[in-house]
Design a protein around this ligand. Structure first.
Ligand code: HEM
Ligand code: HEM
Length: 179
């Protein structure tokens, strides 16, 4: 892990890339998932679900790379908040990492419990064919974690905006290429 750089005013490009790519993917995945059932049953819906699963696997790879980057070459900055606020900020960040990992695992488990066809090219066999209850329960867990991530990310983004527009400090700017 890198030592803290007290003089730096922003994160390195890699850290920023991982942060914003994750945020974009999470929001697109959530919106995309809502759209799956708008497609008629059949190949089109299979394609829509396959897009969700493929980008889900991409998000898993991105998360792994992000954690590795942060633990090795990512620039570390002094704490943005002090005291209780720092505890809340740290808790939110760790919570987001943990929930994203849980979301990805639940999604993979969901794909496996249901069994699926990916773009009608190859199929993933169901773990327990016909056990719709199990698949429904896993889907509910996956969907619920999704809501929690969205809510926590909303609190997190609001905190970044409070830093910028009420407290007028440079915390949001640390995650932006300029500004
Ligand atoms: C942060 C990333 C993700 C978000 C925000 C997300 C969000 C969602 C949401 C909101 C649903 C609808 C749940 C419901 O109907 O109650 C869903 C369904 C689903 N997700 Fe994800 N998901 C993510 C990652 C993944 C991953 C990594 C996989 C698998 C590799 C996956 C596989 C699925 C599958 C198979 C469904 C069922 C689709 C259907 O037939 O309606 N998801 N996802
Ligand atoms: C789904 C969306 C998002 C997720 C999952 C997310 C996740 C995270 C995580 C896990 C960290 C901690 C990084 C680390 O220390 O390893 C972080 C930092 C940060 N995020 Fe987000 N974020 C999201 C959206 C946003 C948005 C929309 C904003 C701005 C409006 C934002 C602003 C920031 C800032 C400024 C930091 C750095 C805080 C500091 O320097 O201590 N994030 N984010």
């Amino acid at each position: 892990m890198q030592p803290v750089t007290p003089t730096a005013t922003r994160y390195d490009t890699g850290t920023m890339f991982f942060h914003w790519a994750t945020a974009l993917l999470v929001v697109s995945q959530w919106l995309g998932a809502q759209a799956i059932d708008l497609f008629p049953r059949g190949p089109l819906r299979v394609d829509a679900r396959s897009v969700h699963i493929t980008f889900g696997v991409l998000l898993a790879a991105l998360l792994l790379a992000r954690v590795l980057w942060r633990a090795t070459r990512g620039r570390r900055l002094p704490l943005a908040d002090k005291g209780a606020l720092n505890v809340v900020a740290k808790g939110t960040h760790w919570g987001l990492y943990a929930l994203l990992a849980a979301m990805v695992l639940a999604g993979m488990f969901l794909t496996w419990t249901r069994g699926d066809s990916i773009f009608n090219l190859f199929s993933i066999p169901a773990y327990d064919p016909g056990n719709h209850d199990l698949a429904d329960q896993v889907q509910e867990v996956h969907g619920t974690i999704g809501w929690i991530i969205l809510a926590l990310a909303g609190v997190h983004a609001s905190a970044a905006l409070v830093h910028r527009y009420l407290w007028h400090d440079g915390v949001l700017g640390r995650m932006l290429p300029r500004g």
